[in-house]
Design a protein around this ligand. Structure first.
Ligand code: HEC
Length: 291
């Protein structure tokens, strides 16, 4: 015959379909016919897992695009009141590291020793605990270890959270994420866009940059701290836009007497009152929005 088939060959059909039963060795049989046996891991099970994984990942992707992750305020290295906290699932480890024999001189014991033994033990459990018994009360060692770790984790988490709440209360602080949630809710109620803390605040450019007061600012070294474009640097605030927050009189007062224990120096001895007045008049015109 044209296809080289033996006309006597017996064709076996699967079920009612017209698909020939294949005897290909890599296609495993249907395991429903073999109770107690499971299907082949490779490729059947792996393919199914992979498909479910894809669906979950795409769903997750859509979710993260629809609801962007909330970003915190930019880190502020000068904020000494900040209370660092891990996410809740690490609170137990965080609290554990506060105890004297696993911190400071013994920090290696706390960070590598104890967690190493615990997680190593968990990793080796299938090899150490090989008994056939499955009822937990018949496996006293494994069960008591598990209950002990559970109780320890819950206890450490609760203590850590309690300690955190007391610190906040003592400092009169509102945690950043709660403050952020509040602001987001307020913005939503006012029908405004949710605040984005990663966007830098708009910095105004200088109004009347060629005013003679700018020369005074240069001579008096205002620019050495407030920067050549007066946009501030580091912890020195910008003077662009200062007219939005301070009046002319307030600005004159800051220049005359300084502020914050001389962080902003007093200029009453090095500048005449006319010069201070000229500076204050010009700076009070530094506003972000035109009136
Ligand atoms: C040694 C650095 C330094 C110099 C020089 C300096 N400043 Fe300041 N200035 C500061 C700092 C720091 C602050 C913030 C003070 C604070 O934390 O209250 C400040 C604050 C100010 C403020 C208030 C700004 C605000 O947002 O509240 C004004 C106005 C000001 N400076 C004007 C001047 C002028 C005008 C000159 C020049 C005559 C000048 N400064 C020179 C460091 C300086």
């Amino acid at each position: 015959m044209a296809h080289g088939h033996n006309s006597n060959e017996k064709v076996v059909y699967v079920g009612d379909s017209r698909v020939k039963k294949s005897n290909h060795p890599n296609i495993p049989p249907d395991y429903t016919a073999f109770p107690g046996k499971s299907e082949a891991f490779i490729p059947n099970f792996l393919l199914k897992e992979w498909m479910v994984g894809c669906v979950v990942l795409v769903g997750f992707l859509a979710w993260t695009i629809a609801e962007p992750a909330p970003l915190g305020y930019p880190a502020d290295p000068t904020n000494a009141a900040f209370v660092p906290m891990p996410d809740w699932y690490f609170l137990f480890l965080y609290q554990f590291l506060k105890y004297p024999y696993v911190s400071q001189d013994y920090i290696l014991l706390g960070t590598l020793g104890v967690p190493g033994v615990l997680f190593g033990g968990l990793l080796l459990a299938p090899f150490l605990d090989t008994g056939k018994e499955r009822r937990f009360y018949r496996r006293p060692i494994a069960s008591s270890l598990m209950f002990l770790s559970l109780i320890a984790c819950v206890y450490l988490t609760v203590v850590s959270w309690d300690h955190y709440q007391h610190t906040l209360e003592a400092n009169g602080q509102i945690p950043e994420h709660i403050e952020r949630e509040e602001k987001a809710r307020e913005a939503a109620e006012a029908g405004k866009e949710r605040p984005n803390y990663t966007k830098p605040a708009p910095v105004a450019s200088l109004v009347d940059a060629d005013d003679p007061a700018m020369d005074i600012a240069k001579q008096a070294q205002c620019v050495s701290c407030h920067a050549a474009d007066l946009k501030g640097q580091g912890s020195v605030p910008p003077l662009t836009g200062v007219g939005d927050i301070l009046s002319k009189e307030e600005i004159a007062e800051v220049i005359t007497n300084g502020r914050n224990n001389g962080a902003m120096p007093a200029f009453k001895d090095s500048l005449s009152s006319e010069e201070i007045d000229q500076l204050a008049t010009w700076l009070s015109k530094q506003k972000t929005a035109a009136e």
